[in-house]
Design a binder for this molecule. Structure first.
Ligand SMILES: CCCC/C=C\CC(=O)SCCNC(=O)CCNC(=O)[C@H](O)C(C)(C)COP(=O)(O)OP(=O)(O)OC[C@H]1O[C@@H](n2cnc3c(N)ncnc32)[C@H](O)[C@@H]1OP(=O)(O)O
Length: 292
């Protein structure tokens, strides 16, 4: 965790937050600290719910990614927290991925802050020693899928929803740490196919390729995650946490070592005219669609 804090501090993401605003002895809510999240920790079960709450689609703007990193870090340090469930309060959408309106015609300095915040959000969730699970009750494209990939266990709702890394289709080339996380989860062959094609998956296919661990009716999604969480947090935390670190440390070290390089490469790509044109056209399409 020292590593996560160092990374966050280096990225200017970590700031002093009030320890907690206590509602009562067994249930505490950090929500007052956050604009785009609800964070509730049940001190009795030692499980926190980190609920993405940026309507209309939980698109991830720079501040929201900073908040997710800070909240995860804060929970990681809280002795009363053994598990974090990430879910969404937006019906049928887990997260629509990066906020394209912030990426469109972004200034270089802002983009750097934005990308550092994405790196920090991922590495904080991926690197935390506490158990993390995603209750994916709707669409999870691109960075929505990245949040889910960073967790230890994913349950998705049945329905006409999509999950996956569609970056190629947006003209955005894949970067190393997202590629590594996908391949670690779904394997080399699936990675070669899905990442080149920018493929999105319906829940049953996502289950087949191992992108999610379970698919259940929507109303059972959160209860199913809660049931699994109850089991996972029973495992002695020290042993489980160290085992998790052992498995994830290499990826964390790689990201830390190559974060600047990633930023440099992605700044060049994302601010290039062809990608900016694609994002512009995509935004125009979304506006037309919602006017219909
Ligand atoms: C190189 C690797 C690292 C890079 C990592 C990540 C890259 C990204 O994340 S890029 C972003 C990719 N995201 C997408 O392609 C998803 C785009 N959105 C959708 O496909 C749909 O909105 C979605 C399926 C999520 C939901 O569909 P609907 O339920 O039909 O809702 P609407 O499409 O009407 O959307 C509602 C509302 O939200 C706005 N919106 C949606 N997505 C985004 C977004 N990514 N950024 C900004 N705004 C977004 C959309 O415009 C609508 O707004 P209003 O018109 O104001 O209602």
């Amino acid at each position: 965790m020292a590593c996560i804090q160092k990374t966050l501090r280096g990225l200017g993401v970590l700031r002093q937050l009030p320890r907690e605003s206590t509602v009562n002895q067994t249930y505490c809510r950090y929500a007052s600290s956050y604009k785009y999240l609800q964070v509730d920790l049940d001190k009795k079960t030692k499980v926190a719910h980190l609920t993405l709450a940026r309507k209309p689609a939980n698109s991830l703007n720079c501040d929201m990614m900073k908040e997710i990193a800070m909240a995860t870090n804060e929970l990681d340090q809280d002795r009363d927290c053994k598990g974090i469930i990430i879910n969404s309060c937006v019906p049928n959408i887990f997260s629509a991925g990066l906020d394209l309106t912030e990426l469109y015609q972004a200034k270089e300095l802002f983009f750097q802050d934005f990308w550092r915040s994405l790196q920090a959000m991922f590495s904080t969730i991926y690197g935390t020693k506490v158990v993390t699970m995603a209750a994916i009750e709707g669409h999870a494209p691109a960075a929505g899928c990245i949040i889910a990939l960073a967790t230890d266990y994913r349950v998705m709702s049945e329905g006409k929803f999509n999950i996956g890394l569609n970056e190629s289709m947006l003209g955005i080339p894949m970067n190393f740490w997202v590629k590594d996380a996908f391949i670690a989860t779904c394997g080399q062959r699936e990675g070669e196919r899905a990442l080149q094609l920018g493929q999105m998956f319906i829940p049953s296919t996502a289950l087949q390729i191992g992108l999610v661990d379970e698919v259940v009716p929507q109303e059972l999604t959160l209860p199913t995650v809660q049931k699994h969480m109850k089991q996972w947090v029973k495992v002695p935390g020290g042993a489980r946490g160290l085992t998790k670190s052992l498995i994830r440390q290499q990826a964390m070290d790689n990201l830390k070592a190559k974060a600047d390089e990633d930023l440099l490469i992605m700044t060049r790509h994302m601010l290039s005219q062809p990608i900016q044109n694609t994002i512009g056209a995509y935004l125009e399409n979304m506006t037309k669609k919602s006017k219909r």
